[in-house]
Design a protein around this ligand. Sequence first.
Ligand SMILES: C[S@@+](CC[C@H](N)C(=O)[O-])C[C@H]1O[C@@H](n2cnc3c(N)ncnc32)[C@H](O)[C@@H]1O
Length: 322
Amino acid sequence: MSARFNDAAERLNEAAGKKVADIYNRAGDHYAAYADGDPTQLFAFDGMHAYADRCVWALLEKKLVELKATGATSVSFLDAGCGPGTWLRRLVVRARALGFTHIVARGFDIAEAQIERARLLARDLSSLPDVRITFDVADLSARLPEADGSVDIALCLYSVLSHLPVASLPDIAKEMARVTSGHFITTVRSVGSPPTAFVESIENVRQLKQDHVQDRCEIELSGGRHISFNFHLFTAGELRGYFANDFDVEDMRGLDLFHSRFLPDPRWSPAYLQKGLSDELVQLEEAHASNRAFMDRAAHLLLVVRCKGAAKLRLVHSAKAG
Ligand SMILES: C[S@@+](CC[C@H](N)C(=O)[O-])C[C@H]1O[C@@H](n2cnc3c(N)ncnc32)[C@H](O)[C@@H]1O
């Protein structure tokens, strides 16, 4: 590739990133409410689409408990594309409850308004002596300031990677692998997932069109507002492929294959339909979450990878702690 082409491609990527940032900036506080519900109820997970959140949280909690069991007293988290910082706050609160005494957490996002919101929501945590929680405006395509192997758990949740050009993903995977000594956990929208309007409830959408060739999503909202931005939908094999060179793949699953589609909507369905189905849906999810055909139609794909040689590092850690 010529330097001239590189410059032009970089300028295009910058403009695309700015467009994405504008959308999440404009969404402001509304985004946290849309994505996470009440920001003070960190562990409620009770919305119509909360099944995936519950799965992600169960996984993160398990990773924390396992790390604590090695004898670790300090822990470091990184959240790339953190939005309002809810996942980082969950991790910090749980890490303290588990007895970690030195907690470092950094979130960053391309959207300034999300970072302001994240700082505000985390102000109580940031005054605690055992916690260093910070939020920065930054682009995931840039080099990370973290030292090699300094992060225990790195996150990139809910479609952050879908907003980036696929050509940048190998470099992003490498950079994440450089800073992570434990796990990197990401979710993206699958290629067969139901439509989303990202910052707005789907009922506020008048028209929506995903262009799979150009990786662009065009949305017209019911107020007449038009938003368009880069968006890529992944197959499970493709997502795994981007990270498998730099990490060991631990888990790859579809999240929410059936819940959003089959749980009755309380705004519409009678109360008697609300009961009973939930447990069976969980069983169905568990049975099919790793089935390729279902995975590629899940609302989200979950990929869990660990630093190559993490098991060895963990043993050294345990030996030191013991
Ligand atoms: C759907 S939101 C998810 C936010 C958060 N991870 C969560 O789970 O609630 C996607 C986020 O990715 C951020 N984002 C998109 N492109 C980015 C980039 N190149 N660098 C950093 N953040 C980015 C957006 O600003 C937005 O906050």
